[in-house]
Design a protein around this ligand. Structure first.
Ligand code: HEC
Ligand code: HEC
Ligand code: HEC
Ligand code: HEC
Length: 198
């Protein structure tokens, strides 16, 4: 509950101090606010959250259906459908739900016209890095041990703190630099080696 209180406090501060009146540089493309709205409004609301998918979720949730990644050489288990925060990302990035479909408004501005590629990940996840994937610690010599990953700037999810989701590699709240870097938590050049040994 501590984190939720923090979120509310930040959003309240934003509303009180007019932080919302100009575009939020850190959120960049993820600031979908207009007028006096909080910059967080595309994803979070202080009241009447639509579900507990992520803290104070404010956006229509995608129903897919998704085709998950699979391969014969995978040791870790993949959930049958995208979990938690990944489902939140896909609620805009799968190209089936309007980006502007939040806060009780039925928006229709579907990202990229639903065509996979670029910013649209689509509902076919077989050609994307596996997500909703449980780290199989120690089973695979080609993977770092989970303790090293947990100690890095990457974030693992789930009750066991061992699941890879979109927000493991990306932090939508903060761009690494003003020039972009796709909201990655670690620059692309060293990202893969944080978890893989090859
Ligand atoms: C594009 C969607 C999006 C926007 C915009 C957004 N968030 Fe989030 N937020 C998320 C997702 C997804 C999570 C859960 C995954 C994570 O923790 O990274 C989250 C989690 C959080 C959490 C909980 C973090 C934790 O460690 O449990 C806080 C606090 C938060 N957001 C605050 C904010 C504030 C304040 C703003 C506006 C300045 C904001 N967010 C804007 C998507 C968003
Ligand atoms: C409320 C809608 C929404 C949600 C939810 C959302 N995004 Fe986005 N995202 C956008 C929009 C809009 C853009 C800009 C698209 C464009 O430029 O055409 C974007 C762009 C991006 C980019 C590209 C940034 C760049 O500089 O090229 C990345 C990476 C990204 N999002 C990752 C995520 C991840 C990861 C999540 C979940 C943690 C997420 N997004 C959740 C709306 C969303
Ligand atoms: C294992 C790490 C990892 C995971 C997990 C991951 N991404 Fe990414 N993502 C990246 C990297 C690295 C890039 C940058 C690729 C590049 O610059 O060519 C990227 C790029 C993107 C882009 C920008 C594409 C473009 O052409 O601008 C979007 C949007 C995006 N990711 C969304 C997501 C979403 C949504 C998920 C979950 C379904 C996700 N990512 C899961 C590492 C990851
Ligand atoms: C947060 C940790 C993490 C990061 C960062 C990461 N991966 Fe992974 N990756 C994994 C895990 C865990 C698996 C599943 C391995 C297994 O169980 O066999 C995996 C699987 C894969 C697979 C599929 C292997 C198979 O057998 O099908 C490929 C390919 C891959 N990763 C490439 C990359 C690349 C390229 C990057 C950098 C852009 C990257 N990974 C970043 C954790 C990560």
């Amino acid at each position: 509950m501590k984190k939720l209180n923090y979120l509310m406090a930040v959003m309240l501060a934003a509303a009180l101090f007019g932080f919302s009146s100009s575009a939020n540089a850190q959120l960049a493309n993820h600031d979908l606010s207009t007028g006096t709205q909080s910059p967080c409004v595309g994803c979070h609301t202080p009241h009447e959250s639509v579900s507990s998918l992520i803290p104070l979720w404010n956006h229509e949730t995608t129903t897919g259906p998704f085709t998950m990644y699979s391969s014969d050489t995978l040791d870790g288990a993949i959930a049958g459908s995208p979990q938690g925060s990944s489902l939140a990302c896909l609620s805009c990035h799968d190209g089936t739900v309007g980006v502007d479909n939040f806060g009780g408004t039925t928006g229709t501005a579907v990202m990229g016209g639903g065509t996979e590629g670029g910013k649209v990940i689509g509902t076919n996840l077989t050609n994307d890095h596996p997500i909703s994937l449980t780290f199989d610690n120690g089973a695979d010599a080609a993977l770092q041990l989970i303790g090293a990953v947990q100690a890095s700037s990457l974030v693992l999810f789930g009750a066991g703190n061992d699941q890879v989701e979109c927000a493991t590699c990306h932090n939508v709240h903060e761009k690494l630099s003003a020039t972009g870097n796709k909201y990655l938590r670690i620059a692309g050049s060293t990202l893969c080696g944080t978890c893989h040994t090859q």
